[in-house]
Each structure stands twice: as structure tokens, then as C-alpha cells.
Design a protein around this ligand. Structure first.
Ligand code: 6PG
Length: 251
């Protein structure tokens, strides 16, 4: 069963999640000599990232940044300096303020003309890490947000990535480029199997507009095509939900 933490507001949400993120990263670095972390995009994690980066707070100096490798769960089809870039947001809120080695930052190259090429490029990057760091799970920590429609990363309701037939083309891929019809935009995203290939999954959700999605993810009858966040149920107690009170009224 997934763990659930309800915080009074977004400030407390960020600090509660920061404490857990530090524990998970430090434990992985102690156990394996490094911690492989996947960051989420969107707006909700921005405060967590700036909280982790803030030297006045009790978390930044507890993370062994030189032993952290950073990846992303998904990216918009834009250059890294574009206002929609998930990498760009994390750089400003976190990376510019912490001593993580540049060659440990593995961003999705959203600037490539063809999103399929960006997905293939990232697949190669993940395969290199998987073969270099032979390990049970690819990621020690997967950070995720949830959309109002209960999407995770860029796995939207009705996505072909949710098709569970073993012979489907995406079956063996770690990364996919998808056309997000609702957004009329390409996205590069980790596939469901890759997201679930994580030792710990921390889900960060804030705001009343997410109440239905959180309820569906945790309590509605299973239909991952309708509520992709329900995919996380198969990861059981490896999943930890951090939700603010505004997003929790229907739990
Ligand atoms: C993205 C994210 C996406 C995000 C949700 C929630 O690239 O947008 O990875 O999955 O986590 O859309 O976004 P907010 O935090 O902005 O509500």
C-alpha cells in the first residue's frame, strides 16, 4: 500500500518532501556509492527544488551531490532555455545552486528537431547508465507530479503507452516521444515500465484542482487508460504520496 503524507500547505509540503528526498538519496549513495534520481517537471516541484537548494535550510548539505545523477521523467519539445523546459525550471530552482557534477546531469534534448530523435537519444543515455551501473532498479528515486487528468510524466489518458499488450512496439522501450493531442505538442517521456523501475517513487501534488485526480489514483476502480496515475498501484509501498490539504479533501 502506498504511503500518504498530507501537508497543511505548499510550504510544509515542500519541506516534508525535502526531508524524505534527502533520506532516500543519502541512503542510496551510502548503499551503492551513487544515487540515480529522476526529476519531474511542471510547476508543483519548483518549491521543493528551491527548498533543497537553499543553504539556509537543513537539507542541501545533507545530500552528497557529487554522487547524484539526475535524469528527467519527461520533457517538452523545446530548447533548454525555453520557459516551458522542465530542465530549464530545475536548473534555475536547483542545479545552479548545488554542486552536482555537470556530467551527472542527463537532460532530455528537447531542442532536437524530431522528438523521436530526442527519445532515441535519451534511450541510449539510459541504456549506458543501466549497463554501467548494473543494478536491480534503474532509479533510486523517481519524482513525479500528477496532472488534473491524472496523467503522470507525459503519459496522458488514452495514451498508446498504456497499451499493455506485450507485443506492442513500445514494450521494450525506456523512452518514447508522444504527440499530446490536448496540448497539440510533442513530449518526450519515460515509459510506464521505466517509471516503475524505481526503488522509491515520490509523488508531489498540490492544489484543489488535483483533488479528483488524487482520489482516482488512490481509490477509484482500476482503469489506467482513464487514470494513468493508477499505474503506480503496482509499485505498492515503494510509492509515497505527498499531498497538500487543498488536494486531499476527497481522500
Ligand atoms: C510536465 C510534468 C507533468 C506534471 C503534471 C503536473 O512536464 O508537465 O512532468 O507530468 O508533473 O502536469 O504539473 P503541475 O505541477 O504544473 O500541476
Amino acid at each position: 500500500m502506498a504511503k500518504l503524507t498530507v501537508a497543511d500547505d505548499e510550504v510544509e509540503l515542500a519541506s516534508r518532501a525535502a526531508e524524505r528526498v534527502v533520506q532516500l538519496i543519502a541512503a542510496a549513495a551510502d548503499a551503492h556509492g551513487r544515487a540515480i534520481v529522476s526529476l519531474t517537471g511542471g510547476t508543483t516541484p519548483r518549491r521543493l527544488y528551491s527548498t533543497l537548494a537553499d543553504a539556509r535550510q537543513p537539507w542541501r548539505d545533507r545530500i552528497p551531490w557529487s554522487r547524484v545523477h539526475l535524469f528527467w521523467g519527461d520533457e517538452r519539445h523545446v530548447p533548454p532555455d525555453h520557459s516551458d523546459s522542465n530542465y530549464g525550471m530545475a536548473r534555475v530552482a536547483l542545479l545552479d545552486h548545488v554542486p552536482v557534477p555537470a556530467d551527472h546531469v542527463h537532460r532530455m534534448r528537447g531542442e532536437l528537431t524530431d522528438a523521436q530523435d530526442a527519445a532515441a537519444d535519451y534511450e541510449r543515455a539510459l541504456n549506458r547508465v543501466a549497463s554501467a551501473f548494473r543494478r536491480k532498479n534503474l532509479f533510486d528515486l523517481m519524482l513525479l507530479g500528477v496532472g488534473e487528468d491524472a496523467h503522470i510524466a507525459s503519459i496522458f489518458p488514452g495514451s498508446e503507452l498504456l497499451d499493455t499488450r506485450v507485443d506492442r512496439p513500445a514494450a521494450r522501450r525506456r523512452v518514447a516521444a508522444i504527440w499530446a493531442r490536448r496540448l497539440e505538442a510533442w513530449r518526450i517521456t519515460l515509459t510506464p515500465e521505466t517509471i516503475l523501475d524505481s526503488r522509491a517513487i515520490v509523488v508531489l501534488v498540490a492544489g484543489a484542482d488535483k483533488a479528483d485526480a488524487v482520489r482516482a489514483a488512490l481509490h477509484e476502480p482500476f482503469d489506467a487508460h482513464k487514470y494513468p496515475a493508477q499505474l503506480l498501484r503496482s509499485a505498492g509501498d515503494r510509492v509515497e504520496w505527498f499531498v497538500d490539504r487543498a488536494a486531499a479533501p476527497r481522500l
